[in-house]
Ligand binder design. Sequence first.
Ligand SMILES: [Fe+2]
Length: 385
Amino acid sequence: MYKIFSQAKVDQRIDHDFLKIIKNFAPDNILVLTGKNSFKNSESRNFLISEFQEYYEKVYFYSDFENNPNIQDLNRALKKLASKNFKLIVACGGGSVIDFAKLLKVYLYKEKSISNFPDEFENPTESEISLIAIPTTAGTGSEATHFSVLYDKNIKYSIASKSMTPEYSILNPSLCVGANFKVKSSCIIDAFSQAIESYWSVNANRTSIEFAKKSIILINKHIDNFRHVHNDEDVIRDILLGAHYSGKAINESKTTAAHALSYSITSLFNIPHGHAVGMSLGEFFVINELSASVNSINCNDLSSHLKRMKSLRKLLGWGDPDSCNTKWKSIMKKLGLNIQIKVDENYKNIIERLVNSVNIERLNNNPVSLSKENIADLYKNIIVK
Ligand SMILES: [Fe+2]
């Protein structure tokens, strides 16, 4: 069984089934976005075919975009899809598929092509197309956020707009159990990191902390044993929900330093997003608590920040800040995710390149500010000769 979440209601599962929702939109045509290869012969395909029976002639499948969609992918889609009258998009896939659907939600019929990106780019403000997101990787939480990602010449740009948030999310664990363990491992670490970073983010508020707590409890329950239970549908149900809540949490608070450091690792070494985030996250249990001082914090109130760090550690049950760091690294190891990358040459250049391409916006959400030297040291823990 699957659950449907509505964006309009803050944290509410709704009773309607998928078909009823489609009927409410009464679409002339439905654009269905999927991954290129992962969709063929998948459980997701069977699910959509059975759910769409009545609407099958109205459905148009599209998957002509890269894993990390770029500006050319978007412009090609705007051109190819311009003549169809889509009022509804269904995105069924991993984070990239859902992110790409969010871009089409705001750009299709608004722009013939996006020129002069990123120089003259402005975040879009409205959309007349509705979006239903169906994550299949358990999960990234992208179905619950108003952010998307677009690459141009290997540089990642974050695009934010309230009108990109999917109207509905369908969480169906049976579509995710079949994903391979590596994909699931990276996704679970992404979701877990998002919830943890949201908890300590300078933008955290009561709502985001509640979502982060729910996410952490659901994921922490299974993380130690995940390698052995990742094919269990009940486990994936919890993880999918945990990832959804992590999306809800960062939708308010945004992510922090571990995400800020991760993007250039992904671009330079082709390491999956969650895996790259997890490489540095453990260190921030120590930095964000033991290096926090009146002079180093980015938030207003040191004592409430420290209280929050303590309550996070209590929630996780992993002991003091150093033990949390050790525990995080042991989780990465159990999931088969290396926390170091060995390079043979250009070591200095690589570190310099990484330091210079850190995402400053996400870095400023971190409760403790980091100097260039701190960032270089963090990268030196990861990149080894
Ligand atoms: Fe993430």
